[in-house]
Design a protein around this ligand. Structure first.
Ligand code: 2P0
Length: 330
């Protein structure tokens, strides 16, 4: 099996499908928080990961609509976006994988993530765009095919096609046609997530570049694949048995191991702000005092808390700036 480029991957999946544009289409895809992280690629053109990963979706996400229009136009959260910006270019490069030259679109996309949360919305964004394109061109792709296509926009978008707990299988093929996410057959209604917003400043280094630097220069990276395969099996057991202590501990340790691996890169990659460390210390203190709360952290300074519904009120009173959410399993 040979590596394909993005266009060839799309052709492999939609080449034989009915290609009939509608007048309009709209979609929603959730934000996901990784409990066992994706960090590092084996193919950066196709966003093929070194390891599998596992996430939980939130009820928040991205709403996207597409309308046939005389020329391309893009609106983000109600404001028109210049087509020369890198945001617009990335988005239309993805759309170009699906359309012929005569199809021009009016695209409206809205994130219902709290303003200033500084949360990456590329995962829900590319997942919603993939769903909208599938509908607009009447492609009738399967969930697995949609996940493969969303992955071409952003790796973690492969997981944002689904609600609840989701596993992204890393796959082994060079063409990536076995690298896709699927929901786990599990629900856990009283498991909650809190977003503790530390800062909405843009990140010092985007995750694509940071992943590459970590893989190339961190002496700790060679331990990462074994860490993830251990954490994945423990996490799945914790989810199956609703063992919250095990889930929380595994998620927190996995996130800190990812950050330790980045810290050891050269130049070092540091997403923590002083306030992020203070937040971690506060969480460890709350735990010492008997409140079971854990955290995870991604490519930014904000903290995501994991706790049980029964502790929501206590946590909200203890921590200002906390936005709490139930998970997304309907
Ligand atoms: C994750 N993150 O599993 C990890 C943990 C951030 C830290 O996936 O280059 O936007 O588009 O594949 O998916 C963020 O990176 O990167 C991410 P690309 P992506 O959620």
């Amino acid at each position: 099996v040979h590596a394909l480029n993005k266009k060839e991957t799309v052709q492999a999946l939609i080449g034989t499908k009915n290609y009939e544009p509608k007048n309009s289409a709209s979609s929603f895809a959730p934000v996901n928080i990784a409990l066992v992280k994706y960090w590092g690629k084996r193919n950066s053109e196709l966003n093929l990961p070194v390891t599998s990963s596992l996430s939980l979706s939130l009820p928040l996400g991205t709403h996207t609509s597409l309308k046939a229009h005389s020329k391309d136009l893009l609106f983000l959260n109600g404001k028109q976006v210049d087509l020369q910006t890198s945001f617009a270019k990335k988005l239309f490069d993805f759309v170009d994988l699906f359309r012929d030259k005569k199809t021009t679109l009016f695209i409206e996309t809205k994130n219902d993530i709290p303003t200033g949360a500084g949360l990456a919305s590329s995962a829900s964004g590319f997942a919603a765009l993939t769903l909208a394109l599938n509908d607009f061109f009447s492609l009738q792709l399967s969930p697995k095919e949609l996940s493969i296509l969303a992955r071409l926009g952003s790796g973690s978008a492969s997981r944002s096609l689904f609600s609840g707990f989701v596993q992204w299988h890393k796959g082994v093929r060079d063409d990536g046609l076995d690298s896709y996410a699927e929901p786990l057959d599990a629900r856990w209604d009283d498991l909650s997530i809190g977003l503790w917003i530390i800062s909405d400043k843009t990140k010092p280094i985007d995750s694509r570049q940071a992943m590459q630097n970590t893989v190339e220069s961190s002496p700790l990276y060679k331990a990462w694949p074994d860490t993830v395969s251990h954490d994945l099996s423990v996490m799945k057991e914790a989810i199956k048995t609703h063992n919250f202590s095990l889930l929380g501990r595994t998620a927190e340790q996995n996130a800190l191991t990812m950050h330790a691996t980045m810290l050891a890169a050269y130049p070092s990659i540091v997403y923590f702000l002083p306030e992020s460390i203070e937040a971690m210390q506060k969480i460890w203190q709350l735990r010492k005092d008997g409140l079971e709360v854990y955290f995870t952290m991604d490519a930014g300074p904000n903290i995501k808390l994991l706790f049980l519904e029964k502790d929501r009120k206590t946590l909200e009173s203890q921590l200002p700036n906390l936005h709490t959410h139930s998970n997304s399993i309907p």
